[in-house]
Design a protein around this ligand. Structure first.
Ligand code: ATP
Length: 311
């Protein structure tokens, strides 16, 4: 659905994007995660044809954004960082105006409008001037305009920024609902948002893609945790014999049982081999699992690496 290749963009001396490539497949919901200034908005503006890259290409649904800008824009539902809502217009008038701009045929307008209003739960606010709505409701108006033309791809720039916790939950639910019928790419700097919504995460730092993986892949490590009922003699040398084991660290489980962190050399799952060895030797196995990191740990490790490289 989205194919971005080697995107670079500088504003004067600031390299906002530096050779960024990624893909988003149809049906996915992907989080573009990065700290402030990472380049998320720049990437999104390029994807939606509102900014030209210095280098690189983007195709959406097989169409080049640079050469087929209007066709691409007609296929995308875009929620910009600061949606240009008109404060004096009522929600209904604004959505009618957007339907006009999107050239939605007259015959379909009422149906499309009522579907968008229903999906975003805005029915009771139709006659309210946009300027009198709370930030959360304005964000919902922004989403309603983004889905008016039934796009198969939604690109949302920080959809929950500035909202209170209740509004955040509402917008997340809405995004989840919309993901049933559209592919979604949204930017955020909030880690739990990615954990709550995404199949896959792209982590952008200093204008570069630092990670591009399914959440489960990113959080899985090559380490295994083995917990025994009782101590076993000479277990460490035995574990070190397993192919792919780099080191073994003795530890204790939180409830006080002898445990071992088995560190892997590559990103392979060591637990089948450890289990086979435990069975073979009749070790009193209590627990065996693959260790996982939280997204926060991954993110902080990447941030440290990025900061070291910058220095
Ligand atoms: P935020 O979460 O704060 O919106 P972001 O990840 O969306 O950040 P961008 O807005 O794409 O990041 O900005 C990337 C870098 O480019 C930042 O250093 C920013 O200051 C700079 N930048 C963005 N727009 C401009 C501009 N129009 N002129 C000059 N510098 C810019």
């Amino acid at each position: 659905m989205i194919d971005a290749q080697n995107l670079s963009k500088a504003y004067g001396d600031v390299q906002a994007l530096d050779d960024v490539s990624f893909e988003v497949k149809a049906g996915e919901i992907v989080g573009l995660l990065g700290p402030n200034g990472a380049g998320k908005t720049t990437a999104i503006k390029i994807l939606t044809g509102f900014l030209q890259p210095d280098e690189g290409t983007v195709t959406i649904d097989g169409l080049d954004v640079l050469t087929h800008t209007l066709e691409v824009q007609a296929r995308i539902g875009y929620l910009p960082e600061n949606a240009p809502l008109y404060p004096e217009l009522s929600v209904q008038k604004y959505l009618m105006m957007m339907a006009d701009l999107r050239q939605i045929p007259q015959a379909d307008r009422i149906v499309r409008l009522s579907e968008a209003v229903h999906a975003t739960s805005m029915t009771e606010y139709l006659t309210r001037p946009i300027g009198t709505l709370s930030k959360g409701l304005r964000q919902r108006v922004g989403l309603a305009q983004a889905i008016l033309h039934q796009p198969r791809l939604l690109i949302l720039d920080e959809p929950t920024v500035g909202l209170d916790p209740t509004q955040i939950v509402e917008i997340r639910r809405l995004i989840q609902r919309l993901s049933k019928s559209s592919t979604i790419l949204f930017s955020t700097h909030i880690l739990p948002e990615v954990e709550a919504l995404c199949d896959r995460v792209l982590i952008l730092m200093n204008g570069q893609v630092r990670a591009d993986a399914r959440l489960s892949e990113l959080e899985a490590t090559s380490d295994a945790i083995l917990v025994l009922q009782d101590k076993v003699r000479n277990i460490e040398p035995a574990l070190l014999q397993i192919k792919g084991v780099r080191d073994v660290e003795p530890t204790r489980s939180p409830d006080g049982f002898p445990a071992y962190r088995i560190l892997g050399a590559a990103k392979a799952d060591l637990t089948p081999a450890v289990y086979a060895l435990a069975r073979e030797n009749n070790w009193p196995l209590r627990e065996l699992r693959r260790d996982v990191r939280t997204l926060e740990t991954v993110f902080n490790q990447l941030a440290t690496t990025a900061a070291t490289e910058e220095a």
